[in-house]
Design a protein around this ligand. Structure first.
Ligand SMILES: Nc1ncnc2c1ncn2[C@@H]1O[C@H](COP(=O)(O)OP(=O)(O)OP(=O)(O)O)[C@@H](O)[C@H]1O
Length: 383
């Protein structure tokens, strides 16, 4: 049996396409009292569809872990609701919620063999021994762990221990899987492999998943939607492409990926989410955030890969009406060249993929800076 077939058999009869709708309603958590009071999570509203893979992403202290722990029931909210398939979970203890959590630290029982770790929750549910063994076997097989069944956790690598933790979560047939930075203790290569594996399994089984990370590429590569949090609130909840290309705020644009923010003069707001602006000596039409038209001040987001550098002769550089620059760093990475260019708008980052070696601009070169206007994004500055 393949790993996916084993996972299917394990979950046979558990409908995943209609169950696992998770709704957070005004979810709030305050710690401490008086001047010490911290609002870790500030009235979050979020609807998560059955089968959706959601990542909570944001800077340290923005409330990701606290939100996840309230969903799991490890933390009591100060206000609001966690609703799963129409049922408020607030008064239900963590072990009675149809959810399973995978922790950064794996949290395996060191004195129990792998198969007893995986079967632990089923034993508490008093499953008959034959059924328990059958289901543990399927869970082990779904994570390709059969040959490690009789080992102790400390006889396994970090990656293998995390697979045991995943098998232990899956065997409970949860409606919602919760992940608290599960890959951060693994080395970079294994992390990349495991993220693909978790995503493949999750997509195949369609179990609603909420995943906390501060690793952007993890969030980008795994999620149906990324929820960017800031100071206990949701800044934006959207698919990775939207978060990257059309961020809702300067905070999101700055937090995800690298960003150049250019000063612009707005000539007109043209409706249909477009505006005409003057920037880098050019008059161009760019896509615009819906709130840009009413904002006091706006800024143009240009990602480094949307900038282009064109060589100019040293005598040409002074005539270029505000869009000339000088290369201050030029670093060849093989698949890309990354530049820093000094311009009258400040320093800008540019990335060129698949460079022709002959076209690489050396440090000190004078260049003309151009950008792809369709890939730019006008957004309110004070957002
Ligand atoms: N038990 C606690 N008592 C007091 N304050 C707490 C407690 N747990 C969390 N906090 C505070 O709540 C805020 C949110 O913390 P949380 O751990 O949810 O953030 P996070 O986004 O998960 O951060 P990180 O990425 O560093 O794990 C922080 O200011 C933190 O100091």
């Amino acid at each position: 049996m393949t790993d996916l077939a084993a996972a299917d058999k394990l979950l046979e009869g558990t409908p995943t396409d209609t169950v696992g709708r998770l709704q957070l309603r005004g979810l709030t958590k305050e710690f401490g009292n008086g001047p010490e009071k911290v609002t870790a999570v500030d009235a979050i509203d979020l609807d998560i569809e059955p089968g959706e893979f959601i990542t909570l992403l944001g800077p340290s202290g923005c409330g990701k872990t606290t939100t996840l722990r309230m969903i799991a029931g490890f933390e009591d909210p100060s206000g609001g609701e966690v609703v799963l398939d129409g049922r408020n979970m607030i008064d239900i203890p963590p072990n009675k919620r149809p959810m399973a959590m995978v922790f950064q630290s794996y949290a395996l029982f060191p004195h129990l063999k792998v198969r007893d770790n995986v079967g632990y929750g089923l034993k508490l549910r008093r499953l008959p021994a034959t059924q328990l063994n059958e289901e543990v076997d399927l869970a082990l097989e779904s994570m390709n762990l059969q040959q490690y069944a009789n080992r102790a956790p400390n006889q396994l690598s970090g990656g293998q221990q995390q697979r045991v933790a995943l098998a232990r979560a899956m065997v409970m047939k949860p409606k919602v899987l919760l992940f608290d930075e599960p890959l951060s203790n693994l080395d970079a290569k294994l992390r990349e492999q495991m993220r693909l594996e978790i995503r493949r399994l999750q997509r195949h089984l369609g179990i609603t998943s909420v995943y906390v990370t501060h690793d952007q590429s993890e969030a980008m590569s795994m999620s149906d939607r990324i929820v960017v949090m800031n100071k206990g609130q949701v800044e934006q909840a959207a698919p990775p492409e939207t978060i990257y290309r059309h961020p809702a705020s300067v905070f999101v644009a700055d937090f995800i990926g690298r960003a150049n923010f250019l000063d612009v003069r707005v000539i007109s707001h043209d409706g249909d989410g477009r505006a005409t602006v003057e920037v880098l000596g050019q008059r161009v039409q760019v896509p615009a955030h819906p709130d840009a038209a009413s904002a006091k001040d706006v800024v143009l987001l240009v990602r480094p890969e949307s900038l282009r550098l064109v060589s100019v002769g040293s005598h040409g550089a002074g005539d270029l009406d505000g869009h000339e620059g000088r290369v201050v760093t030029s670093v060849f990475f093989g698949d890309t060249v990354e530049y820093e260019v000094e311009t009258e708008h400040g320093k800008m980052a540019a990335v060129v993929a698949d460079p022709n070696v002959a076209d690489i601009h050396p440090e000190g070169a004078d260049v003309e800076v151009r950008f792809n206007a369709e890939r730019a994004w006008l957004l309110p500055r004070d957002s």
